[in-house]
Ligand binder design. Structure first.
Ligand SMILES: [Zn+2]
Ligand SMILES: [Zn+2]
Ligand SMILES: [Zn+2]
Length: 322
């Protein structure tokens, strides 16, 4: 069972998931290419469904699946306990890491990525994320759900087969609390509605502009070719967004990743879905960060949280759209 421990220097929780990699050798082998062990059957390929716990949801035409959601075999968050903070002396603060940890297998094709999904399939992947978030929101102990896709070893993927993860956690994480504070500081109007309009007017950081979604290399990009996917319709929560708008975001992500692959190369990346905590009603505007892993975080970024981006977003946009 995982445990939450509070870092009193930052006020942020750390999850100690002891069972995931217990021997030093296992940590080293995580640095090998994703396909380290060809003798092991891929647990996410069709035909190997018994290698995972039974599916929570499947999507696709009768009998076959295109998208499948299964419980994570090694959950970092598990159980229904509410967050009960225990102080073991002045500096040791802990709580149980209750919550849910699910895997989103968004294609039966072992070598496909989100960039290879057709329109309908990209929409199904988003619909699955929306449905799971709706389910998490009904659980009183889950306060926030983080959906992610790690693609490539440098982005933290441990299996090659394309998949994402949904982590329903019992507290509002620091990163989201900071974004919520950003919306509040901005005042009356919505920060991201205003940003979308300002980026459209400036025009030179716009990667994709359709009637439902805007994709930009944001003005404040911290990493080369970082992109921000902004649904045009203002909604606080991903799970309360109209299906057509959710599906449009899935297509825009596909198009943005296809541009990244064709113009920059087959790079590792993270998709980070940010939505408001389940029982907060804003201000917030859900969105998706696409963060390519072309450079690694070094001591300065680690020490200060200040990113040094060696490719200006205006130049990145020109490369992506040129
Ligand atoms: Zn596979
Ligand atoms: Zn907005
Ligand atoms: Zn965000």
């Amino acid at each position: 069972m995982s445990q939450l421990r509070l870092n009193p220097l930052t006020g942020r929780w750390v999850t100690v998931a002891a069972e995931r990699a217990s021997r030093p050798g296992e940590l080293i082998s995580r640095q090998l290419p994703v396909e380290a062990d060809p003798s092991r059957k891929c647990p996410f390929c069709p035909g190997n469904e018994e290698a995972t716990p039974p599916a929570l949801e499947t999507y696709g035409p009768g009998g076959t699946w295109l998208v499948r959601v299964v419980p994570n075999l090694f959950p970092a968050f598990e159980g229904n306990e509410p967050l009960r903070v225990q102080n073991l002396g002045p500096v040791f603060t802990q709580a149980s890491a209750s919550g849910v940890h699910e895997v989103l297998v968004f294609s039966p094709e072992h070598t496909h990525t989100w960039a290879d999904l057709d329109d309908k399939h990209a929409g199904l992947a988003m619909a699955a994320i929306r449905d799971r978030m709706e389910d998490h929101a009904r659980r009183t102990t889950v306060r926030y759900t983080q959906a992610i896709v790690n693609a490539g070893r440098e982005a933290g993927a441990s299996l090659e087969h394309p998949h994402g993860q949904l982590l329903g956690i019992p507290f509002v994480p620091g990163e989201i609390a900071e974004e919520e504070a950003g919306f509040r500081r901005f005042g009356e109007s919505c920060l991201l509605c205003t940003m979308a309009e300002a980026e459209r007017q400036a025009d030179h950081r716009v990667v994709i502009d359709d009637e439902k979604v805007l994709v930009v290399c944001p003005y404040w990009s911290g990493a080369p070719y970082e992109m921000l996917v902004l649904p045009r319709t203002h909604e606080v929560h991903l799970e309360s967004t109209a299906p057509a708008d959710v599906v449009a975001v899935g297509r825009a992500i596909r198009d943005a990743l296809a541009l990244l692959r064709s113009k920059v190369g087959d790079t590792a990346y993270n998709l980070v879905f940010h939505t408001a905590p389940h029982h907060h009603d804003g201000p917030f505007h859900w969105h998706v960060h696409i963060v390519p892993r072309l450079t690694s975080l070094a001591g300065f970024e680690q020490g200060t949280g200040v990113m040094i981006n060696i490719v200006a977003p205006e130049l990145a946009t020109r490369h992506l759209t040129g």
